[in-house]
Design a binder for this molecule. Sequence first.
Ligand code: SAM
Ligand code: SF4
Length: 353
Amino acid sequence: MTATELGLPAVRRGATTDPARPADPRLVDSFGRVATDLRVSLTDRCNLRCTYCMPAEGLDWMPRDEQLTDDELMRLIRIAVRDLGITELRFTGGEPLLRRGLEGLVAASAALEPRPDISLTTNGIGLARRAASLAEAGVNRLNVSMDTLRPERFATITRRDRLSDVLDGLAAAREAGLDPVKINSVLLRGVNDDEAADLLRFAVENRYELRFIEQMPLDAQHGWERSEMITAGEIMQSLQREFTLTPDPTERGGAPAERWVVDGGPSVVGVIASVTRPFCGACDRTRLTADGQIRSCLFARTETDLRAMLRDGADDGAIADAWRQAMWAKLAGHGIDDPGFLQPDRPMSAIGG
Ligand code: SAM
Ligand code: SF4
C-alpha cells in the first residue's frame, strides 16, 4: 500500500534530477512558469475556527518537534532567496501571529540579500499590539481576513466573538504605515453573501484594499460544494448594483486578483476567482509548510520533504536541487473541474493560505 492510500501525502525525499529540466537555477516548471513568490506557513494552529476552514473543535495540531525551528526555517528561506530567485515572501498559517518570534523571523528575512518583499496574511487577532513592531521588523504589506462587519455574523463564521479585535488590528496596521493594507473576504451563501457592497464601502472609506476570495475545496471537513460557493460573477453583480467598476489598467502579472477601479478611483477592489476563472497559467508560487514540506500548489497531492534533508545533514546545494525538482514537477492546474479531482489531504490551515 502506498502512503497516499493511507491518506497521507506522498512524500518525495530529495528527488533525483530530471534530465529534461534546463540548467536554470530558478524554480522553473515544465510549463514555463517561474516561481518567485514563497508562501511560508509558520504554524498550523489558529485562534479562530472559520467554518469554511476547520471544525469547531480545531484540528490535531502538528507536534512541536515536527515543526521547523527558527534556524531551520531561516536556512530554507536563505536558500530560496539567495539560490532560487525568490523575491517575495509571505508569512501565513494557520495564524502566523501565534508563532513565537515572528518579528525576529521577519527581521532576519529583511536582512537577506537581495532583500525580499515581505508580507503577512493574518486574521488580525492581536495585530493591534504588534502592527508597529512588525512594520519596524520589515513587513511591507499586510492582508487581514475579515468576512463581515456584523459582530454576530463574525461570531457565527469564526466561532469567536472577536470582530472588534480585527477592526482594531486593521486600524493599527494603517497607523503603522503599512501600505496597502488589504482585507480578504470569503462570502458564504445565506450567511454573509448580502454584505459585498457594505464591505467595499467600509474599505473605500477607510483606505483598505478589499479582495473577495471564492471559497475553495480546502476545508478540513471536506464539506465544500460547488453549488454553495458564491462565484466571482455573483460578487460582481452585487457590487455593480451600488458601484461603477472599471477594469484596473495596471499589469496583473502573477497576481491572483482581478482588480477593478471603484467609482473612478483611487480605490480598487479585487476578486480572486480561483475556482471559476483559474489563473494557474500565471502562477508564480511555491509553498513551504510549517513542517518543512515543499508544495508546488495549494492543491498538490505530493510534497517534498526538506525537513528530513535538513535533519539528515544535507548541504544547501542538495536542498536547493530538491526544491528545484519539486517545482519542475508542478502540474498545469489545480484540476478542481476534473472528474477525478481529489481534495488534498492537508487542509488550507496546514498548507498556508
Ligand atoms: N489565519 C490567517 C487568516 O485567516 O488570514 C492566515 C491563514 S488563512 C488559511 C489564509 C486565507 O485563506 C484567509 O484569507 C482565509 O479566509 C482563506 N481561506 C481559508 N479557507 C478557505 C477556503 N476554503 N476557501 C477560500 N479561502 C479560504
Ligand atoms: Fe484560522 Fe485563517 Fe482558517 Fe480562519 S481562515 S480558521 S483565521 S487559519
